[in-house]
Design a protein around this ligand. Structure first.
Ligand code: AP5
Length: 220
């Protein structure tokens, strides 16, 4: 199973991608996470990506496509792509790469949420600086404020989660990524999923959409 997860910042792509990866035993390829790991380890790619990420802009297509192409080759036969593609050019590049491998996508799932709800989710997001466990101070109560319940590490906010940067990321999503909805709908691969509600409710909708896509795939 090879799936693309689309959606604005804060829609819950990372949350749902991790759940799908666990449930179906597939890999989770998240471009934002790969860029952040490169920033942390001080690579040239990380230094380049940071200038774009901190401003809420997209990292250039050529750099991103080359990085994902490598990740796909290293992955198993099944994966969920979280945060890629983000432009129609990236979508075309992915199509060509998968066609050459003879391994097409099963579907593209777009999580939908309005901008204000997305900003609310993101403003509550914190990550443990030590063990990387995710938290949300808006939705998930912590045992002690500012400290990881599991390892006691400090909880930090992503630099690009400041509200002005989040608003810019949302604009970039509407301008550059939303055209991909048409791109995948024209190919019969798109399913839109309401991302409101609890994480479990969204997972149920995502799994139902995947089951429906796979039954369409079997019939055709
Ligand atoms: P990336 O890391 O991909 O960020 P994003 O797309 O902006 O998405 P987020 O991680 O903010 O949100 P999400 O949808 O994953 O939601 P999450 O599950 O965390 O990209 C960062 C940057 O990298 C980009 O701006 C760009 O610069 C660069 N980049 C990445 N990919 C690129 C590409 N392909 N091309 C070019 N540049 C690229 O949830 C958010 C919060 O809400 C969490 O706290 C979570 O706990 C909570 N939450 C989730 N679901 C629910 C729910 N149902 N109810 C309540 N809370 C919930």
């Amino acid at each position: 199973m090879r799936i693309v997860l689309l959606g604005p910042p804060g829609a819950g792509k990372g949350t749902q991608a991790k759940r799908l990866a666990r449930r179906f035993g597939i890999d989770h390829i998240a471009t934002g996470d790969i860029f952040r790991r490169n920033v942390q380890s001080g690579t040239e790619l990380g230094a380049l990506a940071k200038t774009y990420m901190d401003a809420g802009e997209l990292v250039p297509d050529d750099v991103t496509v080359a990085m994902v192409s490598e990740a796909i080759k290293e992955a198993g036969r099944g994966y969920v792509l979280d945060g890629f593609p983000r432009t129609v050019a990236q979508g075309r590049a992915l199509d060509e790469e998968l066609a050459a491998m003879g391994r097409p996508l099963a579907g593209a799932l777009a999580l939908t949420i309005d901008d204000d709800a997305a900003v609310k989710r993101i403003s509550g997001r914190r990550t443990c600086a030590r063990c990387q466990r995710p938290y949300n101070v808006e939705f998930g109560p912590l045992r002690s404020a500012g400290v990881c319940d599991v390892c006691g590490g400090d909880l930090v906010q992503r630099p690009d989660d400041a509200e002005d940067v989040v608003r810019r990321r949302l604009e970039v999503y509407h301008q550059s990524t939303e055209p991909l909805l048409r791109f995948y709908s024209d190919r019969g691969l798109l399913r839109e999923i309401d991302a409101a509600g609890t994480e479990d409710e969204v997972t149920e909708r995502v799994v139902a959409a995947l089951e429906e896509l796979s039954s369409v795939g079997e019939r055709s």
